[in-house]
Design a protein around this ligand. Sequence first.
Ligand code: MLT
Length: 398
Amino acid sequence: MVSLNPNFKILTGNYLFSEISYKVNNFVKKYPNLELFKLGIGNTTEPLTGSVIQALHEAIERLAHIKTYTGYGDEQGNKKLREEIKSHYKKKGIQIEAEEIFISDGAKPDVANIQSLFSKNAVIAIQDPVYPVYVDSNILAGRKNFVYLPATKENGFFPNIPSKKVDLIYLCSPNNPTGAVATKEQLQAFIDYARSKRAIIIFDAAYDMFIQDNGLPKSIYEIEGSKECCIEINSFSKSAGFTGVRLGWTVVPKSLVCEYTQENELNRMWFRRQATMFNGASNIAQAGGLAVLSAKGQEECKNLTNYYMKNAHYIVQHLKGFGLTIFGGINAPYIWVKTPENTTSWEFFDLLLEKAHVVVTPGVGFGQQGEGYIRISAFGHKENIKKAVEGIGKNIHL
Ligand code: MLT
């Protein structure tokens, strides 16, 4: 008789965002006529830009004709798209080869699957609070050895390097959920640590386009020594509105080294993994990605990210005015809010839902250090953001 993967039992009951949906659906059933403002999951709301729409239409049209139809594409992803991503890095002074870039259907699957390159007894360092996928994917793979690195108000929500030896380190900057952004010096300390221990850093850069301050690093490869020890994962989801279209990429440098590996081994292993378990991102989505990376597409996407950042600044400014203690929201689309009067994350979540009809994400859902915080997402129509913020001001008395 087949037995089940016992590690599913170790996971918390529901995935965080499914738990929130469940609560919200119950609320809607109870009050079907109330207007609800969903600032929980970071889901994009604004339409795709003009040049992307045009490229998607053209890609569909190519599929309609025998001469231009294409089926499976290059195993690592459309070569032209990988070349464009390479140029995208080059503009930041970073040298990455097209063979080091792997196109995916978004950052989440890669962030979840990348752990399959490493041994079961790898010690995993995780920021706390953290995007839950890093932890859950490792639990499901049977790993038990986690080192949590607190990211608290005291350290500006960026952790100190591990005090003991770890093998894999997950970092996310701009950070989901706290909205904090690591400085070059902070990232350099992690890279120096990783090189000295032959550890690997998985760097989630999905929110890089939201950085407003040019002095802050947008890619881990801006930091010296990073190509020896860092895998970077990125996405078109938040910067170009591809949350539903699905497209991302992962960089696995040939020069990565960890214990018992030879140069280029991890790159070839990831190629083998993807060739076995993934048949590539949709050719339509990849055509859209090419449009995003064109000069016009980049300009349009800048407007898109600016739109959400204006929402973020509006939320920050007004909630501060109401007397709440706020972090993030300056170089990231997430606002990390201290719950008032020692309420727990879920208590404040319930209060905001019931009194202001605003859905947020309870900080404790991202880890123990998130208790006493909620996360507000700036992804939303600006009119709804304004109504949500007004609702909080009117109905939540501090
Ligand atoms: C979030 O709200 O944390 C993200 O939107 C979830 C995701 O990107 O998977």
